[in-house]
Design a protein around this ligand. Structure first.
Ligand code: PNS
Length: 197
């Protein structure tokens, strides 16, 4: 007998109750469950990222936000901090899970039984890089598709790098990130200043 599953990290919806058929999961309405992965560095998560998370989570049964643990980069926030901050700011969004991953994104998707990658597009300048990533992933695993969501216009200039640039000089980032994240940025930069004294 196939096990019945009930999965919900945050809240419960009927679509998150169903039958596990091994590779596939069928929800209570008999429809194959669709899981998408929204990958990124999220160092830190911005209001632009949250905009993409909210909109894409409505299109799938489950959205996994994959936080890249990249040992070649030296992020401001550790991967644990980035995962925790995403958990906090996404706690009210149903069907969203936050997980760290390392290595190839396509392997992470395989592990999660997903073949949909979500990415945000802010401006034409993003396109070349995003096209390269999408085509690389598709050549590594042709069953994977990348869906691009155009970021709402008020966030089109916004990036984690811009947030860090402003925050490190004491600028106000309350319009760029959730309050919780601006508090953490203040702590992080104050802490660094103290350390250098
Ligand atoms: O937020 P970012 O830094 O633009 O996200 C980049 C990310 C995480 C999507 C990309 O670097 C990635 O998927 N890295 C994992 C390694 C990998 O799979 N590389 C092949 C595709 S470029």
């Amino acid at each position: 007998m196939n096990p019945v599953f009930l999965e919900s990290t945050i809240g419960t919806s009927y679509d998150s109750i169903g039958i596990d058929l091994g590779k596939d999961k069928i929800n209570i309405r008999g429809v194959k469950m669709r899981t998408a992965v929204y990958p990124g560095s999220f160092d830190p998560v911005t209001l632009g990222h949250i905009n993409i998370i909210k909109r894409s989570s409505k299109m799938v049964d489950k959205l996994i936000v994959g936080v890249l643990n990249n040992s070649n980069k030296s992020p401001l926030f550790s991967v644990e901090e980035r995962v925790n901050m995403l958990k906090e700011v996404c706690k009210d969004i149903e069907n969203v899970e936050i997980e760290a991953f390392e290595g190839l994104l396509v392997e992470f998707l395989k592990e999660k039984n997903s073949n949909i990658i979500i990415r945000g597009l802010r401006a034409i300048s993003d396109f070349e890089y995003e096209l390269q990533i999408a085509q690389t992933n598709s050549s590594l695993d042709p069953t994977i598709d990348t869906i691009f969501l155009v970021t709402d216009v008020e966030y089109s200039y916004l990036s984690s790098s811009i947030v860090k640039e402003v925050a490190q000089y004491g600028g106000n980032v309350d319009q760029l990130v959730p309050r919780y994240i601006s508090g953490l940025l203040k702590e992080k930069y104050n802490y660094k200043e103290d350390k250098n004294e």
